[in-house]
Design a protein around this ligand. Structure first.
Ligand code: COD
Ligand code: ATP
Length: 292
């Protein structure tokens, strides 16, 4: 075989970022045991989702993430034109996802969060750090996209109106506080405490759940369900986290509660994937504070 044929082209920056975004989604789906969510054990509180579908959906999003990162790299800065291109690529990615899943919403929130973060990471490629990438993603999210209908009738839009809470859009516009203030610091603290990687990632998910107004939970279980989810997540962490016996006991109780409510923290799951993406993008040197 000629050397020319045998030599593989190096993946581009956009391709590597798309690899990382898809891997973050697969790792989130596989992580177990997650309360109410699809994981390796089963479908959680979902009747229309399963692990194979989550994997197929994650893979289907690779071209969209690569195209978003590539568009950002070409543009080179946050701009209105880039925002509109990302919106179109996100909608096209969503259509591809729905074709693969037969119309089931597997990763709508994840396209939004990881699409913006992939684009921002391409813009910040010279010196990526989690906070900087999240801030650049926020600047993109704050630009309005005229192609998005103003009056949206999504589940998220409806519960945000009903309960007066902030949803996926605002989480991005504010620089992903659930990731920067909860997910990433907890991941570090649990790793340093010797929890092991799986338990550290579960703790990060729970930390996100303690504060998030997750519109998936509000849609299925109302404000009472959201309060019970946040309280239950706090109880796991207060008991010592997922690596401890007492924490596992609280986690089982939380799972029972979520299943009885038919509720699932899909927004928190998306933000865990965003946490894993940023963690791998910019692993920081160990610091005593545990802050990102
Ligand atoms: C902003 C988005 C996520 C729509 O949000 P909205 O709340 O209206 O929609 P919906 O309820 O269908 O989905 C929200 C999803 O976000 C996740 N989520 C829920 N709560 C939260 C939260 N508090 N924070 C972050 N994510 C959350 C969940 O996975 C949920 O399924 C985005 O999909 C969008 O703008 N869609 C319009 C079409 C478009 O232009 N898409 C391309 C964008 S690049
Ligand atoms: N492991 C996971 N299990 C379940 N949902 C997940 C998981 N990871 C991410 N999610 C997110 O949760 C969302 C699915 O939520 P949900 O099924 O509540 O949406 P819906 O179809 O809009 O509402 P409903 O099913 O209540 O009618 C997806 O948009 C996805 O981004």
């Amino acid at each position: 075989m000629s050397a020319l044929i045998a030599r593989q082209a190096q993946p581009s920056l956009a391709e590597r970022l798309a690899d990382m975004a898809v891997q973050a989604l697969i790792d989130e789906a596989d992580l177990s045991p997650k309360p109410g969510l699809v994981d390796r054990r089963g479908n959680g509180a979902h009747s229309d989702l399963h692990l194979g579908l989550m994997h197929a959906s994650a893979q289907s999003l690779w071209p969209a993430f690569a195209a978003m990162a590539d568009a950002a790299r070409r543009e080179g800065r946050v701009s209105q034109a880039l925002r509109e291109t990302l919106g179109q690529l996100g909608r096209d990615g969503e259509a591809d996802m729905l074709r693969v899943t037969g119309g089931v919403n597997t990763h709508r929130g994840a396209i939004w969060a990881l699409g913006l973060l992939s684009a921002a990471a391409a813009l910040e490629a010279d010196a990526p750090d989690a906070r900087g990438v999240a801030a650049t993603a926020a600047a993109l999210a704050r630009l309005s996209d005229p192609a998005v209908p103003v009056t949206s009738d999504s589940h998220g839009a409806r519960v945000c109106r009903t309960y007066g809470v902030l949803g996926a859009r605002e989480q991005a516009q504010h620089g992903f506080p659930a990731v920067i203030e909860q997910g990433l610091p907890q991941l570090l603290v649990s790793r340093r405490g010797g929890a092991g990687e799986q338990n550290a990632q579960l703790d990060a998910l729970l930390a996100i759940m303690t504060e998030l107004s997750d519109t998936c939970v509000l849609h299925r279980a109302g404000l009472d369900g959201l309060t019970r989810m946040q309280r239950g997540a706090r109880a796991v962490l207060a008991a010592g986290g997922c690596a401890s016996l007492a924490g596992r006991r609280q986690l089982r109780a939380l799972e029972g509660e979520m299943l009885s409510l038919r509720a699932s923290p899909g927004g928190a799951a998306d933000l865990l994937a965003a946490t894993l993406f940023l963690d791998r993008l910019a692993p920081v040197a160990p610091a005593p504070t545990g802050s990102y």
